[in-house]
Structure formats: C-alpha cells, structure tokens
Ligand binder design. Structure first.
Ligand SMILES: *[C@@H]1O[C@H](CO)[C@@H](O)[C@H](O)[C@H]1NC(C)=O
Ligand SMILES: *[C@@H]1O[C@H](CO)[C@@H](O)[C@H](O)[C@H]1NC(C)=O
Ligand SMILES: *[C@@H]1O[C@H](CO)[C@@H](O)[C@H](O)[C@H]1NC(C)=O
Ligand SMILES: *[C@@H]1O[C@H](CO)[C@@H](O)[C@H](O)[C@H]1NC(C)=O
Length: 477
C-alpha cells in the first residue's frame, strides 16, 4: 500500500483499501460505494463503476444533496442552468433549461455541434471542427480567424521603405575594371540605369542576398526580375528561400510535410517579373534569397509581398486559446514527466492528455506520480507561436480538492534546450501564482510574451497533490 503515501484523507485510505480489494476481484461494486441509497453498476461506459442516485442526490458517489433543479448543475460543457419550475428534478428532466455555450447543443448541452456547418472560413480556407470552436487553414495570401484578410502589401524594395542598410549580400560584383558596383542595395524591382541590380561576385560559390525587416513580418510572396549588363541578359533561373528570427539560425523554406527544400522557379529574361507565393506564409525578421541556377551571373531585382503580423488578430489582440480545451492541440502533443494512478489502478491514470481546461470526469486533469519539483507537463505546439498567457485550474480526486498554487514556465524551440520565464524586475525565475481551489480559472500573462514551439509548466507548490488543467493563450505569430 506504499502508493497511498501521498494521500492524506482518512476517508480516501478506507476507500482506497476497498478499491484495491475490488480490483483484485475485478468487481468495483462488490461493496456498494454509492451513498444515500444509490445503486452501484459496473461495465457501463469508460468508468469502472457508476452510481445511479436516488431522487434528491447527485455527484459521483451520490453524496451531494440536490438543492433545486439546478444544483448540482445538470448542464454539460459549461452550460448554465435556469430554473423554470420549482419542482424536484427526479428522473424526469423538467423544471430547468440549459443555456448552452456557443458550439454546444442538446437538452444538457451534451452535443458538440459542428462549428464548420455554417462554412465560417472564407476565400477557400479549410475548416476543422473543434470542441465549441473551429479553426481555418487559410490558403496564402489570406490570413485571419476566417481567412477574411489579404496579406498582400508591397514591403518596400521598389518603394524605398526598405532602406539600404537593411539589405546585405554574400558578395558584390564589380564591373568595368572595378568601376561599376552591382551592390545589394540596387536589388529593387524595376530599378533603372546602367547599373541597376545586385550581382554576386564571380568567385562566390554560395551567393545570397538578405533583407532585414527590422521586426517579425508575415511574407506571402516574392517578385523577382533580372537585368541586362553590357547588352546581355542576366538573371536567377531557380532559387531557394531561407528565413530567420534572429539572424543567426536560418531555416530553408520547405512545403508542409516535405523533406526537401523548396526550389522556386525564377526568371527567364532580363526584364519580366516572376511572382512566387509562399504557401504557407513565412513569419520571420530576416529573409534570404539563395540563387541555385543563374544565367550568366546571379543578378536580381526584387520585391517582397506580405503584411504586419498584428492584422491576424486585430481585434482580439494576441490572446486566443491555443487549443487545450478545444482539442486543436491533440493528445499526441501533450507529454509529462510521469502520470499518477489513483490507487495504482490504470483506469484512474491522470494522463497529461487530461490537462485540458474544464475537462470533466472522474480523472479529469494531469497529475504526476511524485509530488516534487522535478515534475513537468509539456505542450508541443508543432510550430513556433507567440505566447502571451496561461490559464490554470485544479481538480478533485474523489472529493479531495487538489491544485498547483505556484508554478514556473519554461519554453524551447527544439525540445532540448530550455529557457525559464524570468521575473522582469528581479531577473530570477518567475513564480506564477496558481490556483486556490478545485475549479476557478486563474489567468497569468507572460510579460513580455515569448516565441516558442514547446512550453513546459513546472509545478512549484501545490495543495494535496500536483493536479493541473490548463490553457495556453497566444497567437500564430
Ligand atoms: C531586355 O528586355 C527588354 C524588354 O523585354 C528587351 O527589349 C531587350 O531586348 C532585353 N535585353 C536583353 C539584353 O535581353
Ligand atoms: C522527485 O522524486 C523522484 C522520485 O522519488 C526523485 O527521483 C527525484 O530526484 C525527486 N526530485 C526532487 C527535486 O526531489
Ligand atoms: C462527498 O464525498 C466526498 C468524498 O467522496 C467528500 O470529500 C465530500 O465532502 C462529500 N460531500 C458532502 C456534501 O458530503
Ligand atoms: C469545487 O468547485 C466547485 C465549482 O466551483 C464548487 O462548487 C465546489 O464547492 C468545490 N468543491 C470543494 C470541495 O471545494
């Protein structure tokens, strides 16, 4: 019985002992654990047993007294209950109505309606139904919750909003005995004159030209153009594109699900323009064009197409739920240091996949097997996202209130090297104030926000046992 070491309640010890005995015989109802005349039944649904309560009682073990039709709340999925007649609930479902949250339907809000039915995604976006929500996968250049916005501004190579100091290159070609400088700052679409484009040096085996946009931007396309030098056309026939957040590590653009770098088809003469779209768009501060095949020399004039990031979430700000509750974050994206099993029973495992805000059920949260500061739960967002906050919530294990009262947050881009969120004033690891009961949502903001693909919550202090349900807040940028 060592596994009971964590549990304080005398009640639970007794109950646990009974359940250990049942698990040996496989019949959870051998002794009736349902109180107040409730009937214990096994073999129904996922739970090892359920209690069918007598009139006037409710709760997992029928020990909650029913006070009127709405208490305990018969409505599922956060539906609110409204009394319409002062009768007892009993077995007939009258005397109350459930007002459902958006996305839920049915007498008890038990039906997760198809949020894609009304075709909310515009401009050819693909809709995916979630619990009480939907998500649109937008074709480039459309962005926004419903793909309603077009991200097609010209970013300023031709217009001049991108200044000379933002443009650099691996090398420069000097023509006519070194008098003509084909520098990167000339690589502007429709640039005129005798020397009117960037050309890499003849000896340069790995040429590139780079634009520093000075902040993270969303890029949906690129327009390229060659030039003519001494009466001969020069241009880039094929190129790759790389991008970076910090100017140190670069990722070469690939299509979703492809292993090979995407090779874009470029120009075919000295003057006409060629437009390529980025689908999916690139979010980055630095963008690099890497010529792969050049005609005579790698010569380029260009323009970038895109938009500011905040158009994506213009009204809501960057604080959308990232999908713990709605299940946009799938079970496979959630892992943890360990998982607790109540009384060592597999059916009562507190998996990281249960750490979803407002999850219902008997085991409805993540809980690790040890209660110490080595434990963590991790979310893999699959792409780098901007994270601005977190909502946490505790839970109950057979009536015992459990929650995390203080926690740390760590994040990573590769799942290997981690940074812990720091307190802005002290520079120490930030200790976030968590929950104080089994149910209330506690929100904390990340100030400043951070960009990451992986996020870990590290419980630091807790009540009874580390027990956590949560939601991350942020946006795709
Ligand atoms: C460059 O393009 C212009 C316009 O298409 C064309 O008239 C000219 O002959 C081209 N020059 C070279 C050197 O190919
Ligand atoms: C937490 O508990 C586990 C298992 O008992 C142990 O291996 C680990 O060292 C502990 N960590 C801390 C920080 O106490
Ligand atoms: C119901 O039972 C739980 C244990 O299952 C106990 O913690 C709780 O206090 C009980 N509630 C009432 C109202 O008796
Ligand atoms: C748990 O949370 C619910 C909902 O907020 C609340 O009604 C209940 O009293 C809490 N249970 C305990 C034992 O604190």
């Amino acid at each position: 019985m060592r596994r009971l070491g964590n549990v304080n309640s005398v009640y639970l010890r007794t109950f646990a002992l009974l359940l250990c005995l049942y698990s040996a015989t496989g019949d959870y109802c051998e002794v009736n654990v349902c109180q107040n005349g409730g009937t214990c039944v096994t073999g129904v649904g996922e739970d090892p047993f359920i209690c069918i309560c007598d009139d006037g009682f409710g709760g997992d073990t029928c020990n909650l007294t029913e006070i009127g039709p709405c208490s305990p709340n018969p409505c599922k999925n956060d539906g609110s209950c409204e009394v319409i007649a002062p009768t007892r609930r009993g077995d007939v479902f009258n005397g109350y109505v459930c007002r459902c949250q958006p996305g839920f339907d049915g007498v008890h809000c038990q039906i997760n309606v198809n949020d894609c039915a009304n075709q909310p995604c515009k401009n050819g976006g693909a809709c995916r139904d979630l619990d009480g929500d939907y998500t649109c996968q937008c074709p480039s250049p459309y962005v926004g919750k419903q793909c309603q916005l077009r991200c097609i501004s010209l970013l300023g190579m031709e217009g001049g909003a991108i200044v000379e100091s933002q443009i650099s290159s691996s090398s420069v070609h000097f023509g006519i005995m070194g008098l003509q400088r084909w520098g990167p700052e000339l690589a502007r679409l429709n640039n005129q004159g005798i020397v009117n484009a960037w050309t890499s040096a003849t000896h340069d085996r790995n040429p590139w030209i780079q634009i520093n946009m000075q902040k993270k931007m969303r890029l949906t396309g690129i327009i390229t153009q060659g030039a003519s030098r001494m009466g001969t056309a020069e241009y880039i026939k094929a190129f790759k594109v790389a991008s970076s957040f910090d100017g140190n590590t670069y990722a070469v653009y690939k299509l979703d699900g492809q292993r090979n770098d995407k090779v874009f088809v470029g120009n075919t003469d000295n003057d006409s323009t060629k437009t390529n779209m980025f689908d999916p768009p690139i979010v980055a501060q630095f963008i690099r064009i890497i010529p792969v095949v050049c005609r005579r020399a790698c010569t380029l004039r260009m323009e970038l197409v895109g938009c500011e990031l905040n158009v994506y979430s213009n009204t809501a700000g960057c604080s959308e739920p990232m999908g713990m509750k709605s299940r946009l974050i799938s079970d496979g994206q959630l892992t943890a240091s360990s998982s607790f099993r109540t009384w060592g029973i597999d059916t009562f495992t507190w998996h990281p996949q249960y750490a979803r805000l407002d999850k219902a059920g008997k085991t409805n949260a993540w809980s690790p097997s040890n209660n110490n500061r080595s434990e963590w739960i991790q979310v893999d967002l699959e792409k780098t996202k901007r994270l601005t906050g977190i909502i946490t919530q505790g839970a109950k294990d057979f009536g015992v209130v459990q929650f995390v009262s203080v926690f740390k947050v760590a994040y990573s881009n590769d799942g290997e090297s981690w940074s812990t969120v720091k307190d802005e004033n002290t520079g120490n690891h930030k200790l976030f104030q968590g929950n104080i009961d089994n149910n209330t949502h506690k929100k904390n903001v990340f100030n400043p926000p951070f960009y990451a693909r992986f996020v870990r919550v590290v419980p630091w202090e807790w009540h009874e046992r580390i027990t956590l349900r949560m939601e991350l807040l942020g946006c795709d940028d």
